[in-house]
Design a binder for this molecule. Structure first.
Ligand SMILES: *[C@@H]1O[C@H](CO)[C@@H](O)[C@H](O)[C@H]1NC(C)=O
Length: 87
């Protein structure tokens, strides 16, 4: 079975005058391999954004960085990931 790893989408937002970066990835809910490979990709992307920000004299405030999952109520309880780690 081929698992779709998904692509990371990056969006820059202006949230009440504050710049905000949103990273988004989608994957096959309830499929462990798909979730884990997507999570690794998201963590790698987050690290790349943080490095890019540092090179541009910007600082990512870790305490304001949130990880949010969206999904149907029968899939969300199957999720293994509760937090992201910078790699
Ligand atoms: C990060 O954000 C928190 C909450 O707004 C703030 O208290 C803290 O000073 C910020 N840290 C830095 C390094 O700016």
């Amino acid at each position: 079975m081929h698992l779709h790893c998904g692509n990371v989408f990056l969006t820059l937002l202006n949230f009440a005058g504050m710049p905000m970066i949103m990273l988004k990835i989608s994957f096959l809910g309830g499929c462990k391999d798909s979730e884990l490979s997507s999570t690794r990709l998201l963590e790698k992307s987050l690290s790349q954004v943080k490095t890019w920000m540092e090179h541009n004299r910007l600082k990512m405030n870790d305490s304001k960085t949130e990880f949010i999952q969206f999904g149907s109520e029968n899939i969300l309880p199957l999720m293994l990931t509760s937090k992201l780690y910078m790699v």
